[in-house]
Each structure stands twice: as C-alpha cells, then as structure tokens.
Write a protein that binds this ligand. Sequence first.
Ligand code: ZN
Length: 225
Amino acid sequence: MSRSNQSIGAALAACEASLPSVVRIGRSQRRGIMLRFGHVSRVLRLVPLTVAITILPFAGRLQGLAVAGDAGESERSVEGRSGPGGEKTPEFEVLNLRGQVVWLADAMARLHGVKTVPEARTRVLALETAGGDLYPLAEDIRGRGFRRDERLRDRPVELTVRKYYGAPVIQVIRAFEVRGEQRFELDYWCDICAIAMFELKPCDCCQADIVLRRRLVGPDGRVRD
Ligand SMILES: [Zn+2]
C-alpha cells in the first residue's frame, strides 16, 4: 500500500459510511481486508449472507422475497403495517417482473403515440414487460443504477420489486439479467476493496473503477460463485 495512514483512515471511514450498499465479501478477499483493515472487517463480518445484505435496507419489513419461476410468472408476498388498533394493513407486495428497462417517454411514444416534451425524455425510467405494461421505477440508488449504466437498459431483465398499493411505481430490490433460461444477478464490484455496490460510480472506498458483475443464480434462487 502506497497510501499514507491518514488517507487509509479516510478511505475506511468512507467504507463504513457505504455499508448499506455493501452486498457481499468474498472469503479470501475478506481475509485480506481483515489483515489490513481490522476494524472495518469487524463491521463487514456482521453482514455475511448475500440475502441478508440484499434485503438489509428492508430488514424487519419484508416477509419474504419471491423467487422467480418461469418467464412472466410473478409470486407475491405482502408485508403488513400496524394500524392504530394493531391490525395489519398491507402496504406493498413483492413481485418478480420481467421485461426491459427503458425511458418512459420513449415507451409512451412508441406504444401509445404520446409525444412528451424533449426535456422529459430521460426523466423517468420504467420497466416495460413483454405485454407492454409500463412500471415507472422509483429512482433510489438501485433505480438510478439503470440511469447511470446504459448496459442495464434495453435488455432482458428480471426485477424483484416492491409494488406499493396505491402507486404505479416499483422499487427495485434485486436485478437480474435474463439469458435464455438463466438468470444472472447484477451489481458492481471493486476488486481492491472486495465490496459490491448498486450503481456505476467510483468505488465508495478507494475511488477506483468498479466493474459490472453478473453472477449466475441457481434454480434454488441462490447466487453461484
Ligand atoms: Zn474500492
């Protein structure tokens, strides 16, 4: 390492600040980090499971994630919200939707002949299903990933999403590229820091370039390394 201790400290602070977006740490790489960055590794070891980390932002709220079946099939799960009397009121459902992520304005023009103003063209992303249904994406960090990287758009994908009742918008929880019968989970990876991120940008930790990672998902829904 050619960095000074001070800059390493700053980088570690950035790593810790980015922990919610950390997805998975490889074993050998994690050992490397533990040797060099003791206190960070202690934090990272708190989140060792892919699934647990993937749903970390929603911990305690999701009842379950649907696992994709055949193309076009969607399983549903509903999470409850406590009302004033303690009763559970459904707030959203979790769906697996297949299609391609597109600009909503382009799709509206192509599918329905709706002309939008030029400045609206890249304002909203949407999932377009094979049947022509359009689901606008909530642009949180996962949603913004489709804006920042054109490689994620206009190609077959499956999205595990939250669909809130009363809103047409979907919130992306997991994203998969679909190739034939196979699914590949999509995220971004920094080889130096061995951390994953949800959108294309300089690494949260070392500021180096990160790479788009595609990991094969088995029939059981688990990622295969
Ligand atoms: Zn890095």
